[in-house]
Design a protein around this ligand. Structure first.
Ligand SMILES: Cc1cc2nc3c(=O)[nH]c(=O)nc-3n(C[C@H](O)[C@H](O)[C@H](O)COP(=O)(O)OP(=O)(O)OC[C@H]3O[C@@H](n4cnc5c(N)ncnc54)[C@H](O)[C@@H]3O)c2cc1C
Length: 423
């Protein structure tokens, strides 16, 4: 980084590229920028791996197996390739990556605005101003929990938590818990809260069902080996939909258990439909659970059939267990369509309804009406502005730890060409 003088003789820090965020995505960008000797700095408002330190619950483990936690120049070399990392282990993994790649990270530096100028960008931070020709936004896709507006009509007697507030069941009052959402987060929290002895109801909308293992291999081995995760963003049929897909119902446990809705029912969790409205103090849930379940079962069936066809085509049948099919998701005999929120039955609501990015600091007009960054494979429509770590950014695997290497290399290739052409 250098200093130069502007016309009014004020010293300004100048750098070719600013990377915002020191999660694995920002650090991967830094790795490839260093490899190309591009002068840069990584600005991080907290510490390296801040999201994993501060925004996750206590029992969380990665749902991706250890062998898959690969980063540029770093492969898992521990004793348990098929295990799933705890949060402490993820923080260590990312810290080691930052150290080994010598990333120029400045921690405790909050980016408060990014503005475009004739020569690039002005990045304003809690420590001052930086001028850069290019900016890589690697500030994360999950900065805020998404909570539907109907939460505002929930009676004050019920405690409401998002997944950012939730740490463990001990923190909850005794009594019934309504978990809203049945993606990875929702099913994991529902199971652990139920095991704490509390009655749990889960409101289920569209979801992605997956077994933990299939034919003796981790289901994510299948996704990886069969090439599904490598599918490029410009080959995906409905990119908008692919980018909005909920996370699969998976949990990483030493026992490698499947955690689908049948597993929740076995634990005594009650399933209800999508939470549609609140009327007269009552939560109203959509009917049609049967349809929601059969859609997820059908998609799972198709996926497993694709896996089987791929395995046969590769001549792998002999070394894998025989094909199997999962029992359909059981539809409860009776499904409640309403729940009286004033009755005291529910003491806590946990919103597991997804996450969204926060670009409140971005003063360049590159957001769509829903507040999502408009980009083409991470190339934002403002010269010199790039993004990493967003869903299906360049491939289906883009938001996962193992997905960043290919994306970061290609985005930095584009950035390097831009800097070279820009002179
Ligand atoms: C609950 C949960 C479980 C997940 N499980 C898995 C899993 O099992 N396997 C897997 O591969 N992926 C998983 N993911 C997905 C993904 O790997 C993580 O979301 C990961 O944290 C994304 O990395 P990132 O570098 O893109 O963003 P982040 O890790 O969020 O890093 C962004 C960084 O930018 C910083 N930042 C943001 N705004 C500013 C600002 N204005 N100024 C300065 N710094 C800023 C943040 O503090 C943060 O450190 C999970 C995600 C969630 C939410």
């Amino acid at each position: 980084m250098s200093e130069h003088s502007t016309s009014d003789d004020e010293a300004v820090e100048q750098v070719s590229t600013v990377v915002i965020g020191a999660g694995h995505a920002g650090l991967a960008a830094s790795h490839f920028l260093s490899a190309r000797a591009i002068d840069h700095v990584v600005l991080e408002r907290g510490e390296v791996a801040n999201s994993w330190r501060t925004e996750r619950w206590e029992s969380l483990r990665l749902l991706t197996p250890n062998w898959q936690s690969r980063l540029p120049g770093q492969r898992y070399d521990g004793p348990d390739p098929d295990g799933y990392m705890t949060m402490g282990e993820v923080v260590e993994l990312i810290e080691r990556f930052a150290k080994d790649s010598g990333a120029p990270v400045q921690t405790g530096v909050n980016v408060t605005s990014v503005r475009r100028t004739d020569h690039g960008y002005v990045v304003t931070t809690s420590r001052g101003e930086l001028h850069a020709r290019a900016v890589v936004i690697a500030s994360g896709a999950c900065n805020r929990p998404t909570v539907p507006a109907l939460s505002e009509s929930v009676p004050a007697s019920i405690e409401q938590l998002t997944t950012f507030d939730y740490t463990s069941p001990e923190q909850l009052p005794d009594g019934g818990v309504l978990v809203v959402g049945a993606s990875a987060t929702g099913v994991q929290l529902a199971a652990e809260i139920r095991r704490s002895g509390r009655p749990v109801t889960v409101s289920v909308g569209e979801h992605v069902r997956l077994p933990r293992t299939y034919r003796g291999r981790d289901v994510l081995w299948w996704m990886d080996a069969s090439g599904i995760w490598d599918e490029r963003y410009d080959e995906v049929d409905d990119l908008n939909r692919a980018r909005r897909l909920p996370s699969p119902q998976l949990v990483g446990t030493p026992e490698r258990n499947t955690l689908d809705l049948n597993a929740l029912s076995d634990l005594g969790v009650e399933l209800v439909g999508r939470w549609a409205a609140i009327r007269d103090g009552r939560a109203l849930f959509s009917g049609g659970l049967r349809n929601v379940f059969s859609l997820a079962d059908l998609k799972l069936q198709r996926l497993l059939t694709n896996f089987d066809e791929w395995a046969s085509g590769q001549g792998l049948d002999a070394e894998l267990d025989p094909p199997e099919r999962l029992a359909p998701t059981r539809v409860p005999d009776t499904t409640r369509l309403q729940l009286d929120l004033d009755s005291g039955e529910i003491r806590t609501i946990v919103w597991a309804t997804g996450y969204r990015p926060d670009y409140s600091w971005l003063e360049v007009p590159v957001l769509d009406p829903k507040g999502q960054l408009v980009h083409d494979g991470g190339v934002v429509e403002s010269p010199g502005l790039y993004a990493l770590g967003l869903p299906v950014l360049r491939r289906r695997k883009s938001t996962f730890i193992h997905g960043i290497e290919d994306d970061a290399r290609e985005v930095v290739d584009h950035l390097a060409q831009y800097l070279a052409a820009d002179g």
